[in-house]
Structures are given as C-alpha cells and as structure tokens.
Unconditional design. Sequence first.
Length: 34
Amino acid sequence: KHLAEHCRAEYPKKPNFVLWVIAEIAIVACDIPE
C-alpha cells in the first residue's frame, strides 16, 4: 500500500482531504523548478 491508501484507511474524510491537498501542493512545488 502507498501513503494515500494508508491515509484513507486511517483518517476520516475531512482531514484526509486536507492531507491530499497538501500532498498535491507539495508535488506541484517539486515540479516548478524543472
């Protein structure tokens, strides 16, 4: 299982959505310098 699947299993819906948004922002931020 990857991180997103563990988060879905462990956390209720609202905090899980917030974590997803943070993860998406982090991915985009990593792509910007390229």
